[in-house]
Design a protein around this ligand. Sequence first.
Ligand code: NDP
Length: 449
Amino acid sequence: MTKVNEYLKKIQSKVAAKDDGQPEYLQAIDEFLPTIEPFLEKNPDIVASNVLEELLEPERIVQFRVPWQDDQGNWQVNRGFRVQYNSALGPYKGGLRFHPTVNQSVMKFLAFEQIFKNCLTGLPIGGGKGGSDFDPKEKSDEEIMRFCQSFMMELQRHIGADMDIPAGDIGVGGREIGYLFGMYKKLNGYQAGVLTGKPLAYWGSQARTEATGYGLVYFVEHLLQDKKTSLTGKKIQVSGSGNVAIYAMEKCQQLGAKVYTCSDSSGYIYDENGIDVKWVKEIKEVRRARISTYVDKYPKAKYVSGQSVWTIKADFDIALPCATQNEISAELAEILVANGVKVVAEGANMPSSLAAVKVFEENDLYYCPGKAANAGGVAVSALEMAQNSQRAQWSFEQVDEELNKIMKNIYETCRDTAYDYGIPMNILAGANIASFEKVARAMISQGLV
Ligand code: NDP
């Protein structure tokens, strides 16, 4: 065992002891630490500074009570969080998630990944994440509004356009951002730059809604171009049917690929004729209904209730998991390999378990981790902040072009860094090393305060 290896093991066991009972967080750390070993071997000053241990401790975690009244007049209470993980590169930035599975472990893993993702965009933003265990499903608009207002009554004291800028994530889209923004404005006055993902009418950015899904597909297209191929004619499997999934499917189709599947937490759709994305948008964005209703218009498509979309055995070239963490186990990863999948690019955060990633690596798939492949959303959020500061709104084409450039740059940074460390096409290691170096050196230069 080398000295660096020993150092990493020591840090890993310290975190495991301190954060016992936070499995998602520990998973993110366990995935991260081994990948930066080659970098630490070549940079003893970073080991000597012990900046890594400092980096693994969030700067601040806020937990708060969110009381709200349901339509029957009963008072309900949920738990709210904001993890302000690292501000070495700029104000904390990261989405808000409203989902019953939200807890401190989930918030911390998401905020941790966000540090490196934000760094890879090349834009001046630190890493954070927040949310609540509130379940927006089957709530009325009024209940969602009252919840968002109560959530913001507390959150507002911890955020600010130059301090911490939340955005959307699972369960938080334009509607919720609107209610949150309205309450912030009532309490503090109009400050456009305090939230991103705002509707276009009040200082939102063109292409923000599309950004994560489009960015994911741009990332894959740059990888494929490097391998002298393209998306044209490729068979794609997508999970989820929310914001990321919808716009990933749309861009795949625009670039000539065929998407066969999508899903929600109740089941999946397999449409041999290709998914009708406009219909999925209608179901999810307008009707706010379940994906099972897809077959109302396309009775020949298959809806399978209660099963993962990754259990399908059929020919696919590319898998785009766009639902949630740990949706792909090792067993499901084996199915993807047997299906002929060559590229797995994560629209969701940490959708592949550690064991699944191992399966991808052992079978030489191109594995594109979420922190690199889904960075398009936060990149356009940062562009929204820039537009808000300029009091300007750029055109869709301008933002989209910038997004594509950023995704190309992220892909090339990951590829080139991996190459420099003798692990070609290990995009995960490339992403972790490139972003860790930048954040660690910024922390050291700021005096490790
Ligand atoms: P949405 O709420 O719009 O959609 C989430 C989708 O995933 C829905 O189809 C939902 O189904 C499904 N889903 C959620 N939880 C589960 C579960 N436990 N099992 C199966 N399916 C589930 O969220 P987004 O599309 O915004 O986010 C999806 C992923 O992408 C998340 O991991 C998020 O962190 C990540 N991401 C999002 C970004 C963004 O800009 N929005 C940016 C970067 C990453 P159901 O409706 O049944 O819950």
